[in-house]
Design a protein around this ligand. Structure first.
Ligand code: URA
Length: 239
């Protein structure tokens, strides 16, 4: 198990430059398992380590994996144009670590957004070959009928690509709502598929990625850590 000097350890976790972390420690802002440690060179085993910065508890993590309940009115870009970035909903240490969204949701789409600083995880989940299922709750302008559902399941042609895209699953929740699963990640894919059947998306909410559902009780704008077991399941799921 790796042992690291405290200043290196908290630097790695996103609490500033080596110099800034050394100053935090020397000024008594850092505790390990509840005991203040003012020695930046004291070594600790990283695995499972709990440390506190100004009383706030953190657990050492090689990589950060989180689930956010994305509210409407936020862009997934690091350099947003019209709205704040989803990254503004996260604490600074996570941004310093380079956490970024796994794929994108439109500014007006709500629901499950995964974020991480693990490039391999992003690749594993977004690679088209993986065909990762993404489940959306779609609110429609016009009432849905069985023919439209069958068209989504059979495949519709979008304007920029002659190859038809089909829903992996689709069922009506009520007259104006669908539960729709897609495996692709094309630009505005759900909105354009729904437009192709002559309907229109009024609201779009992502409920799940693979078998990972948006955690119940996670309010819009809130995030939580994903457990290593959940990370493992997500990495293995898909086609
Ligand atoms: N499809 C869309 O049209 N928008 C999203 O945000 C996600 C999927």
């Amino acid at each position: 198990m790796p042992h690291l000097p405290l200043e290196r350890l908290i630097q790695q976790q996103g609490f500033g430059s080596r110099k800034e972390c050394r100053a935090l420690i020397r000024h008594g802002h850092v505790a390990v398992d509840g005991d203040v440690c003012e020695n930046p060179f004291a070594e600790f085993e990283t695995e499972g380590l709990h440390f506190q910065i100004d009383g706030e508890d953190w657990c050492w993590r090689e990589h950060a994996y989180l689930a956010l309940n994305k509210p409407a009115g936020y862009e997934c870009s690091r350099n947003p144009i019209h709205h704040p970035s989803v990254l503004s909903l996260l604490p600074p240490p996570l941004l310093n670590r380079g956490v970024q969204p796994v794929g994108r949701l439109d500014e007006d789409t709500t629901g499950l957004l995964l974020l991480t600083d693990d490039g391999q995880f992003i690749h594993a989940l977004t690679s088209p070959r993986r065909e990762m299922p993404k489940v959306y709750e779609v609110t429609l302008r016009h009432a849905i009928d069985e023919t439209q559902i069958q068209r989504l399941l059979a495949g519709v042609v979008l304007r920029d690509d002659p190859q038809a895209v089909a829903a992996a699953a689709c069922e009506a929740v009520d007259s104006h709502r669908l539960r729709l699963t897609i495996t692709g990640g094309r630009y505005h894919q759900v909105k354009r598929m729904v437009a192709a059947i002559g309907n229109r998306v009024e609201a779009l909410h992502r409920a799940a990625i693979g078998d990972f559902a948006l955690p119940a009780g996670l309010a819009p704008g809130q995030w939580q850590w994903i457990t290593p077991e959940e990370v493992g399941r997500l990495t293995k799921s898909g086609g």
